[in-house]
Design a protein. Sequence first.
Length: 195
Amino acid sequence: MKSFNIAAYISGSGSNLKCVIENSLKGVISSKVWLVIADNDAPGLEYPSSLGISTAVVSRKSLSRNEFLDLQFTLLKKHNIDLIILAGYLKKLPEEIIQLYKGRILNIHPALLPKFGGKGMHGINVHRAVIEAGEEFSGPTVHFVDEVYDNGELLLQRKIKVTENETPESLQKRVLDIEHKIYTEAIKILEEREQ
């Protein structure tokens, strides 16, 4: 069974990342998170930092494109990263990183891709769009990342029925509960593929 050195990219609370770390500590997966990169001073940095996991804020705002890339490559190399997970990261990864880690970058999306993906489709926007479209089902998708938002090959999906009185907020909560479980399952699938 393959054990990956994981880097996680976040922009917010990092609740999916927290679940992955907890499952790693419990031995549900053998891979470990060694590095967390955020594009801002995200609250989700606190938990990994409290466990001694390396964290860094890498923001395009204060860096040239080359500095932005070099800093990420330096951090990824330093920690021997061989799997990247996006856990609520709202920026697009640079193409150079996508190319270098092709087939080794996962994202979790709160809808059943290929529907309701693409630019601007994150957070409550996704759940509102699902309800407005009258969808019967929703649920999270774990997929590989390529150069186009929410476009890469699907790895894992979990469906739930959209209820009659569903609100965007209630759907968001129900989907997030499933996200917390299936991100770890997706990493386990990759571990088992590369025994």
